[in-house]
Design a protein around this ligand. Structure first.
Ligand code: CDP
Length: 224
């Protein structure tokens, strides 16, 4: 059976991670969360006391870093220099600094090379900001996932509440808007819909509906 590459891009908190994980499970594909890779590098920068806005210092600190994605049971764990850092990746500190760290050309080159390497045999669902435009421009199926700001903020608030973090709704709205702005306006690989991507607005869809939409599109391609 043909093993295809599925690219899912879109703004912050549009539902990419949950959807990509379930799509990968249904197709028995590998789920590659590229945001988690940039978050792992950002965690290292903050842990080592480096200013995320200082490009030269960030690039120097990351030049020999090793990021690995390993499947353990049903979850992908992110390893940074052989240490499992998965539990640190979604902290507010990392979220606030990740757009700066991921805007640097050399940081992107390192990650894109790795992302292409792990995708080269197909059978993968990659999610991020630049998968369909830069990382794998000839991906078999490209989805650009969007949702209204209110939906996204509510989803993010619920996700944080489940972890015991009660965060003000307006604060979450502002964080999402600011990060989307930075990601869309940066020079290197900005967040942008690929011309041949299918837009999937998840504002009024259940997780099951959005997963089925993508799986059905994928099956049309795989079976043809
Ligand atoms: O889950 P959420 O939508 O909050 O974000 P994420 O997918 O974990 O991505 C975190 C950040 O990493 C984004 O805001 C981007 O700054 C950066 N990123 C990127 O530059 N390129 C990618 N392919 C994926 C993420």
């Amino acid at each position: 059976m043909k093993k295809i590459v599925i690219a899912i891009d879109g703004p912050a908190a549009a539902g990419k991670s949950t959807t990509a994980k379930l799509v990968a499970e249904k197709l028995n594909y590998l789920h590659i969360d590229t945001g988690a890779m940039y978050r792992a590098l950002t965690y290292k920068i903050l842990r080592d006391g480096i200013d995320p806005e200082n490009e030269a210092a960030v690039v120097e600190a990351l030049k020999d870093s090793k990021v690995d994605l390993k499947k353990e049971k049903n979850e992908i764990k992110v390893f940074l220099d052989d240490e499992d850092v998965s539990k640190y990746l979604r902290s507010a500190e990392v979220t606030n600094a990740v757009s700066a760290v991921s805007s640097y050309k050399q940081v992107r080159e390192m990650m894109v090379e790795l992302q292409r390497r792990i995708s080269n045999e197909g059978g993968v669902v990659l999610e991020g900001r630049d998968i369909g435009t830069v990382v794998i421009p000839d991906a078999d199926l490209k989805i650009f996932m969007i949702a209204g700001i209110e939906t996204r903020a509510k989803r993010r608030q619920k996700e944080l509440a489940e972890k015991g973090l009660m965060i003000d709704y307006n604060k979450i709205v502002n964080e999402i808007i600011e990060r989307d702005n930075k990601d869309s306006k940066r020079k290197e690989s900005p967040l942008r819909k690929a011309d041949d991507a299918i837009v999937l607005d998840t504002s009024n869809l259940s997780i099951e509906e959005q997963v089925n939409f993508i799986v059905n599109k994928a099956l049309e391609i795989i079976e043809n």
